[in-house]
Ligand binder design. Structure first.
Ligand code: SF4
Length: 121
């Protein structure tokens, strides 16, 4: 059973990417980067923000998620980094480097595929 944690942007999650629903729907439909779980059991166990600019506290955020989920004995086997970070964050490289260095599980860039080609076209 894969246990999925989605890592997103503190400024975007819910505030501008309303309700984080694109990531949630993408997971439910096993589309985008979640297509990898079409033929295997996977659960979404956490939606975690980066801790805020300039991404320096992302490792602390992961540690907080670990402590908070410890009573339920839940921890991620995969971390998916959302488009709000991979496509829009000026500190993306810092966040990815720190997360990969400390997560202790696979870190995958990408979640949902619902990315418009343009705004007004
Ligand atoms: S560091 Fe990047 S992902 Fe985090 S709040 Fe700032 S812009 Fe968003």
């Amino acid at each position: 059973m894969e246990k999925i944690l989605i890592l997103g942007c503190r400024q975007a999650m819910n505030a501008t990417c309303i309700a984080c629903s694109r990531c949630l729907v993408g997971f439910n439909r096993k589309e985008g980067a979640f297509e990898a779980y079409k033929d295997q059991d996977a659960e979404l166990i956490a939606l975690l923000d980066c801790g805020g600019c300039p991404g320096a506290t992302v490792v602390t955020r992961l540690a907080q998620a670990k402590l908070w989920n410890a009573p339920m004995n839940e921890k991620p086997t995969k971390i998916h980094v959302a488009p709000c970070i991979t496509m829009h964050c000026p500190h993306k490289d810092t966040i990815l480097q720190k997360t990969r260095a400390k997560a202790g599980c696979e870190v995958i860039e990408g979640t949902h595929p619902y990315l418009p080609d343009n705004i007004f076209g």
